[in-house]
Design a protein around this ligand. Structure first.
Ligand code: FEO
Ligand code: CA
Ligand code: CA
Ligand code: CA
Length: 680
């Protein structure tokens, strides 16, 4: 490295978003209640819980094995909190690993190795597994069909370069997201490998004669990456916002990035959600010495300096890399990539059964840090309804209601291209309302730059600010109870909320532990514009937590920073945690140990710990086979808490799952030893 200036560029911790301060107005009217004193607060919460309607509503149509009336909701022994480098599941259960990062699934099936190339990575399972679904192999329904053979479709949220480039980076003092920049350039194959480790994997898996599961070589296996060509659909398609050198018509873009959670449509396609995409771009536009980024980039945190992994600095200077620099350089938008960031922040639809299909970005679901998307139950002749959270501090919860009704025989993704996007307002009295984000409604006018639907959707956050939605504590996953129809959302934490900014729906100042909120739509109609809400659980230690039954969490149930959330067909709610890397096993968070998964009974409020994960990771993504006898769970970023000194010394603090080499994100397959239903 002589004659070379080597710098380290560290983009910060994992997937934890920075607080978005750009253009975020001060906190609105509903904060005036000042419910900052804990005593008053918890009394108020209990009253709100009591006031909510909690009778089970009409059962949703479910394709999976329905719950027997005698099925125990929490029929397993709790596992203790843990700090070990392994998976722990309850007595009577077994967990095995499948589809670890780097496992070959397509092309020439290059085997996993520390020195695999960027091209190799494009034929292997990506890194940092997140949201996931098991599609039964028949391809007719997302939740009916084979329980032994299917397509596992999973997101890869981000990468950890020091493990991704283990051979090149060995011996260097590197933190979790640092990349090596030499002479202001990045090695092109490293950049390609990082881009190819992002995106989505589609991989056929099947149960073997001995009961284990294995990856199958199948023509439908596919990698969708940060480079895969995509169509853009909905109201923003073809507008000036999307015109680039690559797509002068503003109809296409390349790749999907920071794919966090997911969704599954009633018509058997997969949705992948773009969360912290803004950090991957830079835009150096200035006036004098002040950055002057357009609203649609500044409000989302596009960097004025370097992109997250500085992909724009790839030595080759190829178009697919320089596009991550959105600084205008040409005569107009079709001569450069000033609009490239506008092609991100969307929900992307993928047909996993057609490997030739082009993924489609569905712009009517809004543009923000999309955590995931969850559908209300599809009902013939009724609109399709999809809920989505914007995971950043003080951001919003949204729902989309289709204009056209759902008809099972003809339903497809175009249902998501016409309708209304709403943002949620949670009133302190336990009621709530959905505020339409559409021209002429809720103060959205041309005078403020919201004259068209495209302007509103590209600037979804700014539109929700204007409409007066409620600023939440980092909305992560949502889930809909198949029995009651109630919608649940995790609010993972918000350490920047002050006591004065607390409200009934986000009741803690400096919320370290997070909570789960739930609501019921008026008349049990998911398309309704009013709802009633309460708090299902305030997460935390025994001394600072509260379940819906008014009790504190206990040894078997304490948890913090809820993130992943999913209901099985019996109405058992699975909660997954993501205590950030800088907090794990430290300070007030030490008592929770490694990140974990719990099950909850939404009726009684009881919660019980089902699984603990290895060192440094988060647990995220959960689905079962239709018979509910096999569960898939993702383990993301094991070893991320390895210090730069320990990395330099070749001692990652996790070697999960291989016990050697580098830690690898992976899917675990959980079965009950007696072949029974998971959780019973
Ligand atoms: Fe990617 Fe909000 O977790
Ligand atoms: Ca995380
Ligand atoms: Ca998450
Ligand atoms: Ca998270």
């Amino acid at each position: 490295m002589s004659n070379t200036t080597v710098t380290l560029h560290d983009a910060g911790e994992g997937d934890e978003p920075v607080c978005n301060t750009s253009g975020n107005p001060t906190f609105g009217d509903i904060i005036e209640a000042h419910l900052s004193r804990r005593g008053a607060l918890l009394g108020g919460l209990t009253a709100a819980v009591g006031a909510m309607l909690v009778q089970p509503g009409p059962a949703a149509a479910q394709g999976t094995t329905p719950a027997a009336s005698s099925e125990p909701m929490l029929g397993f022994s709790a596992v203790p909190t843990a700090e070990g480098d392994r998976i722990v599941v309850p007595q009577g259960y077994t967990a095995r690993v499948i589809a670890a990062w780097g496992e070959p699934i397509t092309g020439s099936f290059p085997r996993f190795s520390a020195s695999a190339s960027g091209a190799d990575q494009g034929m292997q399972v990506g890194q940092h597994h997140d949201g996931m679904h098991f599609f039964p192999i028949e391809g007719r329904s997302p939740d009916r069909g084979s329980s032994t053979d299917g397509l596992l479709v999973l997101n890869h949220e981000y990468v950890e370069p020091r493990f991704l480039h283990a051979a090149r980076y060995a011996g260097q003092r590197l933190g979790g997201s640092a990349v090596v920049i030499a002479n202001d350039k990045r090695e092109t194959d490293e950049v390609l490998k990082e881009i190819n480790a992002h995106g989505v994997s589609v991989v056929r898996i099947a149960r073997q004669a001995d009961g284990t599961w294995a990856v199958q070589r199948d023509a439908r296996n596919r990698r969708i990456t940060g480079q895969t060509p995509m169509e853009i659909a909905g109201p923003v398609r073809g507008t000036d916002f999307l015109r680039t050198k690559y797509s002068p018509e503003g109809t296409r873009t390349r790749g999907t990035l920071n794919n966090c959670a997911h969704g599954v449509t009633p018509w058997n396609t997969y949705l992948t959600c773009e969360e912290n995409w803004a950090g991957y771009f830079r835009n150096g536009t200035t006036s004098g010495d002040r950055p002057t980024l357009p609203r649609e980039q500044a409000r989302y945190g596009v960097s004025t300096r370097r992109g997250r992994y500085a992909w724009e600095l790839a030595t080759s200077g190829a178009d697919e890399f320089v596009r991550f620099d959105a600084t205008p350089t040409g005569a107009n938008a079709t001569a450069d990539y000033r609009n490239e960031p506008n092609g991100f922040g969307w929900v992307v639809e993928i047909d996993p059964f057609n490997p030739e299909s082009v993924p489609v970005k569905r712009t009517h679901l809004g543009r923000f840090a999309h955590e995931g998307v969850v559908f209300g139950p599809a009902r013939e002749g009724r609109p399709v309804v999809a809920y989505s959270g914007d995971d950043a501090m003080f951001e919003y919860i949204y729902k989309f209601v289709s204009a056209r009704p759902y008809t099972a025989a003809t339903a497809n993704g175009s249902l998501l291209d016409e309708g209304t996007l709403y943002a949620a307002k949670f009133n302190d009295d336990g009621t709530g309302e959905w505020l339409a984000l559409a021209p002429g409604q809720n103060g959205l006018t041309a005078a403020d730059g919201f004259g068209t639907l495209a302007e509103i959707l590209v600037n979804t956050r700014a539109a929700a600010d204007k409409a007066g939605a409620t600023k939440m504590d980092r909305p992560e996953w949502g889930a809909v109870d198949p029995r009651s129809g109630e919608v649940y959302f995790t609010l993972t934490n918000n350490t920047r909320r002050t006591a004065e900014q607390a409200d009934r729906a986000n009741p803690r100042g400096r919320s370290q532990f997070g909570h789960i909120i739930r609501w019921r739509e008026a008349n049990d109609d998911h398309a309704a514009t009013r709802f009633a809400w309460n708090i299902f659980v305030l997460a935390g230690p025994e001394a600072d937590s509260r379940t819906s039954a008014g009790r504190a969490l206990g040894t078997d149930s304490i948890f913090a920073c809820p993130d992943g959330l999913w209901f099985d067909a019996a109405g058992r709610m699975w909660i997954q945690t993501d205590i950030g890397e800088s907090q794990q096993n430290k300070g007030d968070l030490a008592v929770f140990g490694n990140n974990q998964m719990l099950a909850a009974d939404p009726t009684t409020g009881e919660i019980r710990r089902f699984l603990t994960g290895p060192v440094g990771q988060e647990i995220t993504g959960v689905i079962t086979t239709p018979d509910r006898r096999t569960m898939f769970v993702n383990v993301q970023h094991p070893g991320a808490t390895t210090t730069s000194d320990d990395f330099a010394a070749g001692k990652p603090n996790s070697l999960w799952p291989d016990g050697e080499g580098v830690p690898r994100s992976a899917t675990i397959v959980i079965t009950k030893n007696d072949g029974g239903i998971i959780g019973t």
